[in-house]
Ligand binder design. Structure first.
Ligand code: FAS
Ligand code: PHB
Length: 408
């Protein structure tokens, strides 16, 4: 089989890239190792940045998100038994976040691609990506027990952290940046209306907790746990006990309980990871295949969206006029946003989690950081502008483009 752009992975990165290329009249084939049901049911991210919402809306795949997504103008930081609201909307001159599950975005994108006659081949596992330094790279994949090959002009490696694309780049090309954390997140989906209108991030001596949601009937909750914990170690009772303790306030705020669903119940290791460059020959990495950020900043999926927006524009330039400048600078362009997101995600993680290695001085520093960010307008503004998402013009490739509000 042959196509212009071979895309490995039908997560947010791969599916949105295929959709953006379609809008430019560029054909692609998406290869996905799992079934359609599996990827549409996989519970992951929940927060869409303003830029992501705008892009999905502008490109015609945001209708259900606009109807069912929950627009939030603020978040709460909770510590010392007190809640402190960060007014994202006011601090960013009207920008906001939208809570809408990643799996819902995946459903909308799959529906849009199939409706447009796009090729998304499920249960097709890419096993190798070859001839990357030629003009005809090839993706080898297995489907129904048989070997197949997809010859392309370009390959987009959108196959996540555990995919094959990154590993197909020869030894010695990539620089890897990695930080592992001494904790993980245990996540659950509880069938109960959220106990708060907005997200609550809490710092507590027993550990971090996060109250989020997926709909007016479904609450999404996380607690910091040991990275070696087994989900079987965590009974429903133990989970609720920790959530009540960590989210408690002096004003007697109460967390509603509800049946915990099997899907979405899991332990996610915590790491910061990035490879540079995000490209080699005619292979371009996007999303988790190139970088992982700690979920405390709610950046993971949004970074994947930003990468493919840059890649789609670069490929459109190539097919329209043969120019390769945007393609040649793809990694450099994406990396600025990636590192700004790495910084913010690391900062939120360091501020809100308990580190066993910390001494009293460190604990006081964390409480002081929280005190400062909830009492200083300047400090709150830095959190707000990163949380709602840095403006998309950051990716125009003009590295000197200032971050919003700074002078040149
Ligand atoms: P994805 O991993 O979503 O998609 C990659 C796709 O490639 C998958 O469908 C996979 O099946 C497929 N694939 C892999 N190998 C393949 C092969 N060899 N051949 C064909 N297909 C292959 N981010 C947040 O912002 N907030 C969160 O709360 C959050 N929670 C997370 C929880 C978990 C358990 C995980 C793993 C990630 C979480 N993330 C979160 C990050 C997550 O949302 C990612 O940033 C997002 O899925 C990135 O999207 P993609 O780059 O498309 O990668
Ligand atoms: C979620 O709702 O899944 C979520 C929200 C905010 C985060 C991480 C996850 O920082």
């Amino acid at each position: 089989m042959r196509t212009q752009v071979g895309i490995v992975g039908a997560g947010p990165a791969g599916l949105l890239l295929s959709h953006l290329l379609y809008l430019e009249g560029i054909e692609s084939v998406v290869l996905e190792s799992r079934s359609r049901d599996y990827v549409e049911a996989r519970i992951r991210a929940g927060v869409l940045e303003q830029g992501t919402v705008d892009l999905l809306t502008e490109t015609g795949v945001g209708d259900r998100m606009k109807k069912e997504g929950m627009v939030h103008h603020g978040i709460e930081l909770r510590f010392g038994g007190q809640g402190h609201r960060i007014d994202l909307h006011e601090l960013t001159e009207g920008r906001a976040i939208t809570v809408y599950g990643q799996h819902e975005v995946v459903k909308d994108l799959i529906a849009a691609r199939l409706e447009a006659g796009g090729e998304v081949i499920f249960e097709a596992e890419a096993v190798d990506v070859e001839s990357l330094d030629s003009q005809n790279p090839t993706v080898r994949y297995r489907k129904d027990g048989e070997d197949h090959e997809l010859r392309c002009d370009f390959v987009a490696g959108c196959d996540g952290f555990y995919g094959v694309s990154r590993d197909s780049i020869p030894e010695g090309v990539l620089t890897v940046y990695e930080r592992r954390y001494p904790f993980a997140w245990l996540g659950i989906l509880a069938e109960t209306p959220p106990s708060s209108e907005e997200l609550i991030y809490t710092y507590h001596e027993r550990g971090f907790a996060l109250h989020s949601m997926r709909s007016p009937e479904l609450t999404r909750l996380y607690i910091q746990c040991d990275p070696d914990d087994d989900i079987e170690d965590w009974s429903d009772e133990r989970i609720w006990e920790e959530l009540h303790a960590r989210l408690a306030t002096d004003e007697g705020w109460a967390l509603a309980e509800g049946p915990i669903r099997e899907e979405g119940r899991g332990i996610t290791p915590m790491r910061s990871y990035a490879v540079e460059p995000m490209q080699y020959g005619r292979l371009f990495l996007a999303g988790d295949a190139a970088h992982i950020v700690t979920p405390t900043g709610a950046k993971g999926m949004n970074l994947a969206v930003a990468d493919v927006r840059v890649l789609a524009r670069a490929l459109a330039g190539f097919y329209a006029s043969g120019q390769t400048e945007l393609l040649d600078r793809y990694s450099e362009t994406c990396m600025r946003r990636v590192w700004l997101a790495q910084r913010f995600s690391w900062w939120m993680t360091a501020m809100l989690h308990r580190f066993d290695s910390s001494d009293e001085f460190q604990h006081r520093l964390q409480l002081t950081e929280l005190d400062y960010v909830t009492s200083s307008r300047s400090a709150a503004k830095t959190l707000a502008e990163n949380y709602v998402g840095l403006p998309m013009d950051l990716d125009l490739g003009t590295a000197s483009t200032p971050v919003q509000g700074t002078s040149a």
